[in-house]
Design a protein. Sequence first.
Length: 454
Amino acid sequence: MRRVLTGAIAAVAVLGLAACSSGAGSTPTATTSANTQNAALISAAKDAATKIAGGQTIGGKVTLLGALGGDQLDQYLAAFKPFEEATGIKVEYEGTRDMLSVLQTRVQGGNPPDVVSNPSLGQMRQLIKDGKLLALNDVVDVEQVKKDYDSGLVELGSQNGTLYGLMQTSALKGMVYYNPEKYQGPTNAADWNALNTWATQQADAGNTPWCLGVENGAASGWMSTDWIEQFVLTTYGTEVWDSWANGELSWNSPEIRAAFEAFGKIATDTKMVNGGPRAVVSTDFIKGSLPLWADPPRCSLTLQADWLGATVTTQVPGTVEGKSVDFFMFPAVNSANSGTIETSGEMLGAFNDTPQVRALMAYAATEQSQALIATTGSWLSANKSVSLDVYPTDARRKAAQVISEAKAVRFDASDLMPSSVTQAFWSGTLTYITSPDKLDEVLGTIEAARLAAR
């Protein structure tokens, strides 16, 4: 399963996020203020749940299948405590590292969980098409959901005007990290060409501009897809993106070929990436970014998602988010697509129609519930109504602001594709990085996977 594999990606990052949001270094006054705010948010969430329950104790339970564990799971379940207290409904969480096969087996066996929180939106969209998920139009305020969430995310959980899935957690992608104490380049480039011109000049002067590693065991290559997705989205916009992610656009199309080639100008050039192409494919995706904070730095920039900042502060002594670790968003290739961003995350969907399930789904859609998710520091909220003030750090607020102000939001394309296509995409990028002359072969192989999966 592609997201179970990339779930391991997030697992390392989560440790960093949890450490970052632990309050280390905060003053007593700041801690007291944060505790007061959290108490108010918990109270507001409980009021929202009480309203949903009509002031009555419903009782019973809801089984919730998900992919979380450890401290991250504790943080996640804490957001449901006010709901449990207000409604008397117990949320029983079942964790799995093999979501795709476990959920598929249970659905086929007629024994699905009441609710699932699923990082594989490809699987969720198939469940919607197969009519397996509970329609939510009479469970949640759909018009409010449309106001609170980007239309692209609402459409992912909808079919023929009916809502079936809610984005529960979110992560921001396409972030270009740098060290403000060392970096001398642009942080607000007008477009990709402006940033790339600076990077090329640095490379010609003997200063490697980019750090990159794409190794991750069986999931090696997923980091390459993040780069290619940025080129597709910011060059051609949401229409081409949607066609590509939905399996309608050929991998031999000029748009996808151009995106690969734009990535290749970075990843296959010994002057543009730290260590050269062979180091890129053999270096772990986290370790590949860390030379940016070496002394002296061995690169100036690295592309990654919102978890990297906190991870760096746990692995590189003396680094501080906002001081030695900061980011700007990948500058659009076509300025018409500025503000169009990519996210990942988990979708919440229900299988069984019970009063308990209806109450939980209605609660999950509220701004108050989403605010508690945001306070953990491990996730961003896809709900644009959630105040930026609830995030525990300036770095998390900055990332959340990007989502709240985005012109358009699209979910990670490779996570929307059939697993066979995703795997071909991942492995194809590895071949391309070390053998750029094989691009025709790479695109042809992925195209064959697309056609076979139709």
